[in-house]
Design a protein around this ligand. Structure first.
Ligand code: DX5
Ligand code: ZN
Length: 223
C-alpha cells in the first residue's frame, strides 16, 4: 500500500524580504499562510554572498511560531551549529562540501535536539546521501547554485528529486524533500510531480509586497 502524499509545505526564503523590516515580513508571511520560514545563512566564502547570522535568527524568533528552517551555506560550519540552535532554529541544513565530516556534523545537529538536513548542490549526486539518509530528517535539493535569490531553476535537478524521492520512500522514515531555487508557479508543479514536499521560494513569495503574499503562496501550492 502506498502512503498518501504529504501536503506540500511552502517555505518563503526571507532573503527576498525587506531587510529593513524583517520582523514584520516574517509576521506577514505567517499570516499569508506560509508553513516554514526559510533562513539563508551565507558567509562570503562557501558562497559568494554575505547574509545573516545567529543574532538575526534570535531577534526574529519572537515574531513567529512557524518552524525556522535554517539553511547554512557557511564553511567551516561545525562551530556555528550551537549558536543557531540556541538562536531558535528548528531545522538545520548543511552542505556536505562545507565541512570535512558531514556525518559528524549531522550527529552534532541531532545532539542539539534539532532536525538535521543535508543539501545537495546542482552538481552533487544523490549518491552522496547513501550513508546519511538513515540519520537525517530532510534533504534539500538546490535547483540553483547557492548564493543568490532570483536565479533560474535548473531542470536537470528534477531527475535528482525523483531519485531522492525513491531513496526516501525506501527508508520508510518521515523525511522531508525540499527544493530550493527558482521556484515559481511554473516550476513548483514540476518539483512536486518529481516528489518534493517542501518548496522554498524567495522571489515568488515576496514579489508585489505584503498585500500579494497570500496569493503568491496560494499560487505556489497550485491552488
Ligand atoms: C540560494 C538560497 C535560496 C534563494 C531562493 O542560495 O538558498 O533559498 O533565496 O531564492 P529564489 O526563490 O528567489 O530562487
Ligand atoms: Zn536556501
Amino acid at each position: 500500500m502506498t502512503a498518501a502524499p504529504s501536503p506540500v509545505r511552502i517555505a518563503p526564503s526571507i532573503l527576498s524580504a525587506d531587510f529593513a523590516k524583517l520582523g514584520e515580513e516574517v509576521r506577514a508571511i505567517e499570516t499569508a499562510g506560509a508553513d516554514w520560514v526559510h533562513i539563508d545563512v551565507m558567509d562570503g566564502h562557501y558562497v559568494p554572498n554575505l547574509t545573516i547570522g545567529p543574532a538575526v535568527v534570535k531577534a526574529l524568533r519572537p515574531h513567529s511560531t512557524l518552524p525556522f528552517d535554517v539553511h547554512l551555506m557557511i564553511s567551516p560550519v561545525d562551530h556555528f551549529l550551537d549558536a543557531f540552535a540556541a538562536a531558535g532554529a528548528d531545522i538545520i541544513t548543511v552542505h556536505p562540501e562545507a565541512g570535512p565530516h558531514i556525518h559528524r556534523t549531522v550527529q552534532h545537529i541531532k545532539s542539539l535536539g534539532k532536525q538535521a538536513g543535508v543539501s545537495l548542490n546542482p552538481a552533487t549526486p544523490a549518491k552522496m546521501l547513501d550513508y546519511l539518509i538513515d540519520d537525517i530528517d530532510l534533504v534539500l535539493i538546490m535547483s540553483v547554485n547557492p548564493g543568490f535569490g532570483g536565479q533560474s531553476f535548473i531542470t536537470s535537478q528534477l531527475r535528482k528529486i525523483e531519485a531522492v524521492r525513491k531513496m526516501i520512500d525506501k527508508t520508510g522514515r518521515d523525511i522531508r524533500l525540499e527544493v530550493d531555487g527558482g521556484i515559481d508557479a511554473g516550476t513548483a508543479p514540476l518539483a512536486i510531480a518529481a516528489g518534493a514536499d517542501v518548496l522554498v521560494a524567495g522571489t515568488a513569495t515576496f514579489k508585489g509586497g505584503p498585500d500579494a503574499y497570500a496569493d503568491n503562496i496560494r499560487r505556489l501550492r497550485g491552488a
